[in-house]
Design a protein around this ligand. Sequence first.
Ligand code: GDP
Length: 440
Amino acid sequence: MLDELTEKLEKALKKITGQGKITESNISETLREIRRVLLDADVNYKVAKDFIEKVKEKSLGQEVINSVTPGQLITKIIYDELVELLGNQSSELEVNPNGLTTIMLIGLQGSGKTTFSAKLAKYLKNKKQNVLLVAADVYRPAARSQLKILGSQINVPVFSIDESNDPVTISVESLKYAKENGLNTVIIDTAGRLHVDDEMMIEAAKIKERVKPTQTLFVVDSMTGQDAVNSAKAFHEKVDFDGVVLTKMDGDSRGGCILSIRAIVDRPVKFVSLGEKLDSLELFYPDRMASRILGKGDIVSLVEKAQAQFDEKEAEDLEKKFRENKFDLDDFLKQIKMIKKMGSLKSLLGMIPGIGSQIKNADVDDKQLIVVESIIQSMTKQERANPKILNGSRRKRIARGSGNTIQDVNRLIKQFEQMQQMMKMLNKNSGKFNLPNMKN
Ligand code: GDP
């Protein structure tokens, strides 16, 4: 996500890093460069201009203290301004504590509204809410059936009146249905159009008036850059909304939208959507995003992702196996599955501080995980528990069975043996083992 922006910002900041002092001239040069980077990323012209002015003002008023370099100082100022620009505080989705929470989604066709409805339903279901999805997108062909399929994948009921083409009626009826069936959260997927038009705005405003949603969220495709910002402006003026959802942040988004939208419509970004899978959704935190944009990683989100997949009982079992040197290939397989659930390897590595832009072109291959998985799955239970019995003919069978080469199988077994060695060492040192260079 936003790799190119990060890389260019790092480059622009590098120039000032080696300099001993902040002067008007080196600051001006760096800021000119950063302004160019922002405009290249399709950030709104006025937003970029104001941003640079604020950074300049703060930089020139600062004394460089001995312990930091001008580069570090200006990076910190830019970080603070980015957090400010992105909205300062994260704003959780508002819920109605005493009754029905209704969330209405608006946005253009193709923005990812239907996909996001299901993602949000899953997210709220995990938070123990009883959710109802409402198919009020009556214009896009297949939108209703798409929502029904997504709903069944996550076990969330979908309310639809297939014979009605009136989104207002469908939305109003859905509220009654929710109340009658003990559901406390309703997510309404309204109809978009290909372009901003009056009919769509009037219709959305009507639904809003009748439903009186707890929150209205505007869903927008981040890859459309300034068009996204313009449509946000139009929706803001005609319907208004409480927050923004940026979709397709996993794609080739240059960053312009995420950096401009809040300043233009004065509404916070609440979620970012990072893929077609239903769990690729993140709550938006301005500070973490600023950190990622500056290539400083986002270790907090990484830990949270891990925690979401973390089964305490399983972790305890694993730890016990580690301690007793009983970790086998079956356990290894479980770990791989967990990593795969967390997302792509590249996106995970991108969250580790200092790695972000360096891995942009690196050959981080998720296929490797699939190879390892298929090899282990071709082994018998006995072989997984005791890899020592894997002689030549067994290895050949496994390679053939999993569709890999014998070298692939040998490599995996070797890696596993090395891991076991390391575990033994760790155990011998009873936890006092320190990996070198862990401080930075
Ligand atoms: P709607 O017309 O606004 O309801 O849009 P859809 O939910 O049907 O999404 C349009 C297309 O974008 C579909 O092919 C989705 O799979 C895809 N899509 C939605 N969200 C994301 C996302 O975060 N990342 C990517 N890569 N694709 C997405």
